[in-house]
Structures are given as structure tokens and as C-alpha cells.
Write a protein that binds this ligand. Sequence first.
Ligand code: TRP
Length: 456
Amino acid sequence: MEKKSQERERFSTGLAVFFATLSSAVGLGNIWKFPYLTGNYGGGAFLLIYFICIVLVALPVMISEMYIGRKTRKNPIGAIAAIKSRGPWKIIGYMGILSAFFILFFYSSVAGWVYSYIFKALSGTFANSSYKELDNIFNKTASSPVAPIIWQFVAIIVVASILVLGVKKGIERMTKVLMPVLLILIIICDIRALTLPGAMQGVAFIFKVDFSSITKEVILMALGLSFFKLSLGMGTIITYGSYFTSDNNMIATAGKVAVSDTIVSLLAGIAIFPAVFSFGMTPQQGPGLLFKTIPLVFSKVPFGGVLIVLFFVLSAIAATTAMLSMLEVVVTYFVEEKKVSRRKAVLLCSTIVLVIGTFVTMSQNGANPVSKIKPFGLSLFDFFDQASSNVLLPLGGLLIALFAGYVIDKKDMKTELSNYGELKNKKLIRIYTFLVRYITPVLLFIVFMSMIGVWG
Ligand code: TRP
């Protein structure tokens, strides 16, 4: 038994645990999705709901996932089965696989846009571009018939190659150095954006709460984003938890990851919204927001032409490591549970992402018949995005919270979260237990019910 658990890889130190978890959390979610949803759904009010979702819903789910993974040291499906082999709980793992695919279908498309922006920046396409021109450039990037599909292929092939060549470790080591550089670039943008004329309007937009703009949809979107942001509800954090060191303080790690991730998102927002107002745009730009504003900000920064290349290179790397953490979950499932070779599993999974992902990208082109396919009235892109963030991930989160709160033995949970009594964190464990049993599942349930219209 002892020997077996030693064979499994582990992160070496507490710091490695923190950085690895953070590298899954930080991705396009921070620089692309967070700002555009904040813009679309009312700024400060959306942000307030997002914070509440992080504390009351996402954090308890994150701690539960870490604990389930570390206790069992298995992939999500194996982990759940190891704790409770009977009952419907295994569905958590299967839903997780579906979510991973759904997210990859559109995430790879956005990653493709980012890759293509590296080359646009290199060739000086953005130099002195006005907002109107940037709007055109983005629309072409997303909806040309062929180019975005090629870029999406590039993004997927990069991820698949990293998984096949097994250079993932090296990539992760590199990311640890590169992500702080991305943060510095965002902070440079922040400083420039905050000194633009009319910048304060943008700051007010993010931080001023207009309670009247809080609607059911705003709550649903903020909830979905909190799951998407922290990579929750599909087993990624169960998988990472299975590599945690035994002496890791999981409640503290979860807290630190959530706070750091939120800081990155806020800094991205502060780089973008002052520019939005300063250049006379509206915040409701949708998925193009990042791509239309960041080039404008850099055009006003010394050496901006070089820095913007670096910005998109680092964003592409962040997108790539986040995609790795998703594809890894499905690949590990096929390898461990279906006994497929790693190479075959990678080939199979990336082909699925490639084929359906292509349709998702084509759905962005109004002239393409694929854009007429509208499940639930949504484009394929929006469908996979919303079905994962707003349905599958929170549903997975609900099941994980119920599993942690009611199926796992309470004493076991306390032992694990206090590292066999070594940590003096009784109070925090009590708060976590209360949240995961009575608050998290109830809130998730209410949001679901209201979504399907039961309570209007
Ligand atoms: N959190 C990442 C981001 O913000 C995306 C991501 C990576 C993810 N792994 C995940 C989302 C697992 C949900 C589940 O970009």
C-alpha cells in the first residue's frame, strides 16, 4: 500500500502545489472572459455577485475537490469510486469529461485568436489603429472562413504535442517564471490605462455597484464564471489534489489560489475598462473586448509595439497551460480506466476537440451554414460555453459539495483537512463544513431551480 502511493507522482513542495494549482486557474478566463462578462453584465454589480460566489460556493467546492483527490490519490472517477463505489456519484467523473470537451471546443478557438494576434502584433498590424480598425481586425480574426480554423489547429496541436512528448513538467517550470512577467505587463497596462483621459469612468464602472442591474442572468453568469475561473466542477482540482504533498494546508492553499487568481482578473479589468471609456467604446463588446482594447492601450505605451507581442505570447502560454490541465483530465481517464496507451488517448481526445472545435469556430462566420445551427437559440460557440460554465460545472459542483458534505465521513474530513491534527484550524474546518453542507448546495440548487423556471 505504502509503496503504491509512493509510485504516484507528487508535487515536491507547498510552493509547487500552489503554483501548479494557480497555473490551471489562471488562463484566458482572467484576461478574456472575466473582463468581457463584467462588461456585458453590468460592471460592479456583476463583480460583487462574483465575489460572493467565490466565497460561498467556489471555495468550498475547491477545498472538497482537493481533499477528495489527496485522500484517494486517484483520477476523478477512480477517486469517487474509492470513497463510495455505489450510488450515482460516479456521474461526477463522467460529467467532468463532458465538461472538459465542451470547454476545449471553444477555448481552443479563443486560444487560436490569441496565437494569431502574436503574428499580427509582430507585423505591426495594430500600429496607430483606431478603435474602428481594431473592431474590423477582430471581426476578421474570429469570422474569416479559413484562418481562425488553422490557428485553432495550431493551438490544439501544441497542447497535444506537449502531452505526447511528456514535456509537461518542463513547460510548467517555465510557466512559473513567465507568468510573473505577464503580470508585470498587465500592471504596465494598468498604469497606462489609469492615466488615460476619462479613465476614472472605467474604474467607476468596475467598482460601483448598481443593485438594480442584478438579475437572474447576472447571478447565473457570475456563478458560472467562478467555477470556470477556478477550474472547478469537472475534476481538474481532484486530479491536482491527488498530487498534493501530505502536509499541505489545503484550506489555506485554496484561499491563496482564489485570492491570487481574482487579483489577476481585477488587474486585467483595470487595464481594459478605463481604455473602453477613454476611447469612447461601450463595455458590452462581447468576446472581442480584450482584442479591441489591449492594442489601443499598448499603442500609448513606450515600446508598446514590442510589449504587445510579449503580451500575446504570454497569453498564448497561459491559454496553453490551462488547456493542458483540461486535456490531461480526459487523457488520464482513458489511460487509467480504459487502459488505452497515452499516445492513443492524446490522439483520440485531440481529434475530437479538433473536429467539433472546427464547427464551433465556423459558427462565428455568418456566411457559413454552420452559423445557422442554434441549439437553444445559441450559436455553437455560446452553446458550448454556456452549457459548460452555467450547467455542467455548477451541477458537478453541486454533486461534489453533496458528496463531501454528506457522503464522506465527517471525522475523516476533519482528519484530512487538519493533516491528522497537525494544523490548528478547527474553526476554519467548522466554517468549511457548515458552508459545504448547508450553504453551497442550497445556493446552487436555488440557482438551478430558478434557471429552469420553477420559481420564476
Ligand atoms: N481556469 C481556466 C481559465 O480561467 C480554465 C480552465 C482550466 C478550466 N481548467 C479548467 C475551467 C477546468 C473549468 C474546469 O482560463
